[in-house]
Design a protein around this ligand. Structure first.
Ligand code: F6R
Length: 587
């Protein structure tokens, strides 16, 4: 969701900015733009669509050593060139990631002061407000500090002021921003992959900090303009972790990394079948709330079944965008677990902050090191998935399911279950199956149903989400027993119904429901770990049977790969599905 890249240094700026923007493409965007300084003047270029459209328009060899670039994911105002960033008002040029919630009142105030605006965006008013405040403050840092004090909502801002064309300024609140340095200059970026071609060392800006970058220095201030000393982080993975390495799509590559992420996550917390110190003891908690969005919410549901079954601790799972606005019944004996791959999802971050404000202990389960959720939670447990580039999450889900299964074991004291994580062989089997043949039977349909019970139902939710987001097929997941209470009326001749049957205690019941839809001429596709020979299904994907604690890790992969193959047959933009963003930093 919106990406920011800035560069100032000895080298030509535009190739670096374009390179950084391309490395942030995975965040999702619909237009791109940049501004650069040449001969003491600010120039702006913008294009809708892919970054290559912008690249084709500009002269990469332009004699400029500083600039700021942006990919926009439209929130306020349609996708158009004029609404694309950068925005310029008076002496101020800005790029913005986030949402300024009070932009209407600021806009009205500025219009009364004689300002006029060209766009429908909330972002342009930030440039206007900077310009307005600067007339009184007459100092760039003071102006930025005053301006962000007047904004509500979330923002990461890259800023150029005409009165100091040798510096780039930036600030953030609620949207991420990092600063990095290589031997020839300084960078600004929304996320670490943007700088990996030049350096793996970076600094994380904290809320409301302001940074001033010049070609040979950077200074970070808090909002009272007191200089801050910053820690330097090192990105642990390799640059090619974010490359295709011969795969056709990142989604496929990332699914095929499942084995590694299970091993890496397991080995980070377990050694010789005992927990290491990296896994704290959470036994004092009598109940658990798990909060997340999308797939992170679904994996939380898997954890509910595992924790309740093995540790007998009640677990309530909630969608973050709801949790943040409702009465939550928690107390000192509650642990609130926030699950987020990116660690920046606005709703999940808000849910975390709400629990903290209420004095409740929080645990973050996060992939991106140093992300806001990781930094703000009382405890943080990292999954070891490495950079996930495809918008649809796959390997991070697998890593989360691994870590949550470990947590269930830790809470239950049943360390003998740790040996059940030896599932390399089983993962190889599900990764190597031919899903294209099955995808061909469903890719032309407009509606696909997934049914299952208990944990199988949660896997249906995830399989259905993967199918919807990557192939744009309408799909719903249903608790198998609920079908006949209404939804079965949608089943028609040839309607694909995917039945997930892995939980032994309940398989017979789901099979009865599959027989009901088959009797209504549905096209039944069975995903099972049992040896079922019958005539109620049209196709069958048989997956290896492993212990219940790790079965979801194995079962989700065929569902991910099926969605991938269907999306491919439908010629969809698999890694960057329309309208979606990787890091959802707005409400
Ligand atoms: C689905 C998907 C989303 C994310 C959700 C939460 O494939 O990727 O549903 O799971 O946006 O994102 P994080 O985990 O970054 O908080």
């Amino acid at each position: 969701m919106c990406g920011i890249v800035g560069y100032i240094g000895e080298d030509k700026a535009l190739p670096r900015i374009i390179n950084g923007l391309k490395l942030l493409e995975y965040r999702g965007y619909d237009s791109a733009g940049l501004s650069f300084v040449k001969d003491n003047k600010v120039f702006i270029e913008k294009e809708i669509g892919r970054i290559k459209n912008l690249e084709e328009k500009i002269n990469l060899d332009e004699n400029t050593n500083m600039g700021i670039g942006h990919t926009r994911w439209a929130t306020h105002g349609e996708v158009s060139k004029v609404n694309s960033h950068p925005h310029r008002v008076g002496k101020w040029t800005i790029v913005h990631n986030g949402i300024v919630e009070n932009y209407v009142s600021i806009k009205e105030k500025l219009i009364k002061e004689g300002y006029s605006f060209q766009t429908e965006t909330d972002s342009e008013i930030v440039a206007g407000l900077l310009d307005y405040n600067y007339k009184k403050e007459k100092d760039i840092l003071k102006t930025i500090s005053k301006t962000i004090g007047e904004l509500t909502g979330s923002y990461a801002l890259g800023i150029i002021c005409d009165d100091d064309l040798n510096s780039i300024y930036a600030t953030r609140c609620g949207s991420p921003l990092i600063v990095a340095k290589d031997k020839n200059g300084y960078y600004l970026a929304s996320d670490v992959p943007a700088i990996l071609d030049w350096t793996n060392k970076y600094v994380l800006l904290d809320e409301d900090e302001i940074v001033k970058l010049t070609k040979d220095n950077y200074e970070v201030y808090n909002k009272d303009l007191v200089k801050q000393k910053k820690d330097i982080y090192t990105f642990e993975g390799s640059r090619n972790a974010a490359e295709l390495n011969g795969y056709e799509h990142y989604m496929l590559k990332e699914i095929h990394e499942s084995k590694k992420v299970v091993q890496d996550t397991f080995n980070y917390y377990v050694e010789k079948n005992s927990f290491k110190k990296t896994m704290p003891d959470f036994k004092k908690y009598k109940n658990i709330h798990i909060v997340g969005c999308g797939s992170a919410y679904y994996v939380g549901y898997i954890a509910k079944y595992l924790i309740e079954e093995y540790a007998h601790i009640p677990v309530y799972v909630e969608v973050a965008s709801e949790y943040r606005y409702k009465d939550n019944f928690y107390d000192k004996e509650t642990l609130v677990i926030i699950i987020s791959q990116s660690g920046e999802t606005a709703d999940s971050l808000a849910a975390l902050r709400k629990a903290k404000e209420d004095g409740i202990d929080t645990l973050a389960i996060v992939n991106v090191v140093g992300s806001s959720i990781a930094r703000e939670a009382l405890w943080t447990l990292y999954i070891k998935a490495g950079p996930e580039i495809a918008v649809a999450t796959t390997k991070a889900f697998v890593a989360q399911a691994t870590l949550l299964a470990l947590l269930a074991i830790k809470l239950s004291n049943k360390t003998e279950l740790l040996k059940e994580f030896d599932i390399d062989k089983e993962l190889d089997i599900v990764l190597e199956k031919d899903y294209k043949r099955i995808a061909k039977t469903i890719y032309k349909h407009d509606n696909v149903f997934f049914i299952g019970r208990l944990v199988d139902y949660v896997l249906c939710l995830e399989g259905s989400l993967k199918l919807k987001e990557t192939s744009y097929i309408n799909s719903i997941a249903f608790q198998a027993g609920e079908l006949k209470h209404g939804t079965i009326s949608l089943i028609d001749e040839g309607t694909p119904v995917i039945g997930v049957c892995t939980k032994e205690s309940i398989i017979g019941k789901t099979i009865s429901n599959l027989k009901e839809v088959k009797a209504r001429h549905a096209y039944v596709l069975l995903v099972t770990n049992e040896d079922i020979e019958d005539d109620f299904y049209n196709q069958k994907i048989v997956i290896p049977k492993v212990h219940d604690i790790v079965q979801p890790i194995v079962t989700v992969i065929p569902l991910q790969l099926l969605a991938y193959e269907v999306a491919k047959l439908r010629k969809c933009d698999i890694d960057k599905p329309r309208n979606l963003a990787k890091s959802v930093t707005v409400e």
